[in-house]
Write a protein that binds this ligand. Structure first.
Ligand code: PHE
Length: 347
């Protein structure tokens, strides 16, 4: 063996001995680095004659190639070993039993909303969605509830300290009734040329807000507005539709409805709708589930329609209340606490 063979052998031995990529890079530096042994040999050639340079240079380069291939082989082997280790560490025992994952379910109020939509949908009602941040005009003025009128305080409204682009004050809608106006105006505009205009038949479910909190009131609650306007829609249709709805919703005909005279600025006459079950734990107790009435002529005018020609009814019901009644829950706040022990019972 000549000196170069020794050097190649020594390099190969050191590379094999390197246990980590960092060790290997250090070993590499000792041979191929700036002050490495092969590099020094190449520098030493400066003193040789041209002929000697030629043969010696070729020998050194051949040795250098051998060192480099030994280095690459070891690099590859170390990488393989590392991958092997990692694979072993991450090995899965596919025969182990799986971990249980809870399956989500619909919130009981969402279930009620879906039922309401399905039932009114089957009666030909459209379902509309609208903004929860409303203008003063939509929430009150358009609904015949002028500024400074005491009826505005029927609803303890959350006002937003901000105006819209047209300078109207904003509020968190205290009821879904503004959707009567939004939907009817859009409908009237869309069918402007049609005579007679196709009837408006819509429900608008959604979140509503009032400064109110006890066992049967939550600052955020739900309402579902209903509106039916045409040339021949009367209070008797309201009674029929709402009675049908309640019987289908509660899956019983053993149920009575009572239309109790009331006041809302946007309906005339107005009525609260109470229901009473003929059997079950709530037997015989009258429970208020909705406000309703024949839409006031001024409101029909704000819809963009002629109140001499178009008439109808509106109602606003409380899906949270309906959920309490359907499942026998006594405290509304339970629905919004987010306690899975309570909520998972409705899955
Ligand atoms: N918006 C009324 C309320 O929140 C309910 C209602 C709706 C009454 C439609 C009549 C007609 O109390």
């Amino acid at each position: 063996m000549n000196d170069l063979d020794h050097l190649v052998q020594a390099a190969a031995d050191e590379f094999s001995a390197a246990a980590t990529p960092a060790d290997l890079e250090n070993a590499k530096a000792r041979y191929l680095g700036k002050a490495g042994r092969l590099t020094e040999l190449l520098k030493g050639m400066a003193a040789l004659s041209p002929d000697e340079k030629k043969t010696r240079g070729a020998e050194i380069n051949a040795a250098k190639q051998l060192v480099e291939s030994a280095l690459n082989a070891r690099r590859h082997a170390l990488a393989e070993a590392e991958l092997e280790l990692q694979l072993r560490a991450e090995a899965l025992d596919v025969t182990l039993p799986g971990r249980h994952r809870g399956i989500g379910g619909l919130h009981p109020v969402s279930r009620t909303m879906e039922r309401i939509e399905a039932i009114f949908g089957s009666m030909g009602f459209d379902v509309a969605d609208g903004p929860e941040i409303e203008t003063d005009w939509m929430s009150f003025t358009a609904l015949n509830n002028p500024e400074n009128h005491p009826a505005r305080s029927m609803q303890d409204t959350f006002y937003v300290d901000m105006k819209d682009a047209e300078g109207r004050w904003l509020n968190l809608r205290p009821h879904t009734s503004p959707m009567q106006v939004r939907y009817a105006r859009a409908h009237a505009a869309r069918y402007a040329g049609r005579d007679p205009m196709p009837e408006i038949r819509v429900i608008a479910p959604g979140r509503t807000y009032r400064v109110d909190s006890d066992a049967t009131h939550s600052p955020m609650f739900h309402q579902c507005e209903g509106l039916w306007i045409g040339e021949n829609v009367s209070f008797k249709d309201l009674k029929a539709v709402f009675t049908d709805f309640c019987r289908t919703f509660f899956e019983t005909d053993d149920l009575q409805l009572r239309f109790r005279p009331s006041y809302f600025p946007f309906t005339e006459p107005s009525a609260e709708i109470d229901i009473a079950f003929a059997s079950g734990p709530l037997k015989g107790r009258w429970l208020e589930v909705a406000g309703s009435g024949q839409v006031h002529p001024d409101v029909v005018r704000n819809f963009g329609l002629d109140p001499e020609r178009y008439i109808g009814f509106a109602f606003g019901m409380g899906p949270d209340r309906l959920t309490m009644l359907r499942y026998g829950v006594a405290d509304l706040r339970l629905f919004f606490d987010g306690d899975l022990r309570f909520l998972s019972q409705f899955k």
